[in-house]
Write a protein that binds this ligand. Structure first.
Ligand SMILES: C[S@@+](CC[C@H](N)C(=O)[O-])C[C@H]1O[C@@H](n2cnc3c(N)ncnc32)[C@H](O)[C@@H]1O
Length: 248
């Protein structure tokens, strides 16, 4: 069970300096476009895109995230531009939307989806000619290293597996595929907040038991490199893949 309150705090932390969205909006033209956002979460990008786009169809399976997203949209002057559907992307019937969108955007969501092949096939079906599929997800950096030290796993390989599978499929369909990288940062008020917000992902996974010793290891890693006088700053690298629907 995802702890939505913490997720909400976290979603504000991880884009607080807005580098990631600024670069994405600079590299990819969202202006007046019809967008499908897959896994919109609590609306980190959704709300920032609303002023630019023509229309967003936001798909998000989590009840708590949808609740927060709807609340934010209600406050927005652009609320008429968005429809929110609470569903997994794989199971959503998209037949009425085929070929009607300019951009399908997976922001930090593709690697959550168990059937990548199905997700990308549906994304391809959704875009019109000249439309694009954008996949943005973490690639590495201090933050990932710290989290991996507590997960005892390699999150990067999960992201890479998802990108590779998606890229392979996209290459069989489109000839225009590019990628770029964004160096972003997370800022936390202090070590405790950084550890607390990071390990909640682990705590949500009931198959894992996070011990105090593990939390201590993580906070030591954070402390070693990343503290300055006001806050804890962790770098992160985000990879963005852009595939354009131009036939060979
Ligand atoms: C790390 S969050 C990213 C949220 C947001 N896009 C952002 O960049 O801040 C991943 C999101 O993907 C959603 N998600 C997980 N499985 C999904 C699925 N099968 N279909 C669509 N979204 C999914 C989660 O509920 C979560 O909100």
């Amino acid at each position: 069970m995802v702890n939505i309150e913490k997720y909400e705090i976290w979603s504000q932390k991880y884009d607080v300096d807005e580098i990631e969205s600024d670069i994405i909006f600079n590299e990819i033209d969202f202006k007046k476009k019809r967008i499908v956002e897959v896994g919109a979460g609590t609306g980190r990008f959704t709300l920032k895109s609303l002023s630019l786009v023509k229309y967003i169809l936001a798909i998000e399976p989590s009840n708590g995230a949808c609740r927060i997203l709807k609340e934010k949209v209600k406050q927005s002057q652009y609320k008429d531009k968005i429809q929110i559907i609470q569903s997994n992307f794989e199971t959503l019937d998209i037949s009425e939307f085929k070929g009607t969108f300019d951009i399908v955007f997976f922001s930090w969501s593709l690697y959550h989806i168990s059937d990548i092949h199905l997700a990308i096939t549906k994304a391809i079906d959704l875009i019109n000619e000249g439309g694009i599929i954008v996949i943005s997800q973490p690639y590495g950096g201090d933050y990932e290293n710290c989290v991996n030290s507590i997960y005892h796993s390699d999150s990067i390989s999960i992201y890479e597996k998802a990108s590779k599978e998606a890229e392979l499929l996209l290459k069989t369909r489109f000839c225009n595929i590019r990628d770029f990288y964004i160096r972003s940062c997370f800022y936390f008020n202090d070590i405790n907040e950084a550890v607390d917000l990071s390990v909640f992902f682990v705590e949500d996974d009931e198959s894992r038991n996070v011990t105090n010793e593990e939390k201590y290891t993580l906070s030591k890693n954070f402390a070693a490199k990343n503290i300055d006088k006001d806050h804890v700053k962790l770098s992160d690298v985000v990879k963005v893949i852009v595939a354009e629907n131009r036939k060979f």
